[in-house]
Design a protein around this ligand. Structure first.
Ligand SMILES: [Zn+2]
Length: 258
């Protein structure tokens, strides 16, 4: 299994560090919003940064890319359709990020919605999805439409259930409070609430999740489920005839949920 560890950054971001398959001292990082904690992690263990993968242009995901690339000579990969603070290998859906020095290969998936050119990286049983899919939640629609985001999430839901999901933020507990409100009868959500609380009480990340778990607990992957549809319709006060209409209602409900 791919060796992936979190480097916490800012209030609730995770920068994911991936060990090379050929040489475990050679690593890649995903979404380094801040260079300092990455540099500290590299120095503490004598690691060599070979590659940087960026999912979208927000500063809390790419703020450290330029400094890390300059300091290490690491090759940086990022979304073809977004403007980043530094030159990167421009990746779009269907492309492959080949990191030969680490023996790693990731397929790039287009996942517009949170931002217009957001991409995700998939390979070795893992998915690095930035701010598209969170555990029990999804990213806000800053640049895309509900239709785009639902299509992006549907594509991720089609990945094998065992796929480990590495998201950009530790939002799980807040997301679960919302998920419980939408589906109060879903026992998988209740079980996960207890497990997430126990992990967080020890300061342990709730991530990675898996695609299989997300399909059971994440309201944004469950727009076609009867209970989610009827909860969305009660809130909207009208019938919501399509999965996109249900998804849009759930997303706007979550935007105002405290
Ligand atoms: Zn973002």
């Amino acid at each position: 299994m791919l060796d992936v560890r979190p480097i916490p950054a800012f209030k609730d971001n995770y920068i994911w560090m991936i060990r090379g398959l050929r040489d475990p001292a050679a690593v890649a990082v995903v979404d380094p919003g801040d260079a300092a904690p990455v540099a500290a992690a590299l120095a503490a263990e004598g690691l060599r940064l070979e590659a940087i993968l960026a999912t979208h242009h927000h500063a809390d995901h790419v703020g450290g890319v330029a400094e890390l690339a300059a300091a290490s000579g690491a090759r940086a990969y990022g979304p073809a359709r977004e403007r980043l603070p530094v030159a990167v290998e421009r990746m779009a859906g269907g492309a492959t990020a080949r990191i030969e020095s680490l023996g790693l290969e990731f397929a790039v998936i287009d996942v517009p919605g949170h931002t217009a050119g957001h991409i995700a990286y998939r390979g070795h049983g893992a998915l690095f999805c930035g701010d598209t899919l969170f555990s029990a939640g999804c990213g806000r629609l800053f640049e895309g439409t509900a239709e785009q985001m639902l299509a992006s999430l549907d594509g991720l839901a089609d990945l094998p259930d065992a796929t480990r999901v590495f998201c950009g933020h530790e939002y799980t507990e807040a997301n679960l409070r919302f998920a419980m409100t939408v589906e109060p009868r879903n026992s998988a959500i209740m079980d996960y609430v207890k497990r997430a609380a126990a992990l967080r009480a020890q300061g342990t990340p709730t991530l990675p999740s898996t695609i299989g778990l997300e399909k059971r607990v994440n309201p944004f992957l469950r727009s076609r489920h009867e209970d989610v549809k009827s909860a969305a319709e009660s809130r909207a006060g009208r019938p919501l005839p399509t999965p996109v209409a249900v998804f849009a209602e759930i997303r706007s409900w979550k935007d105002g949920f405290r």
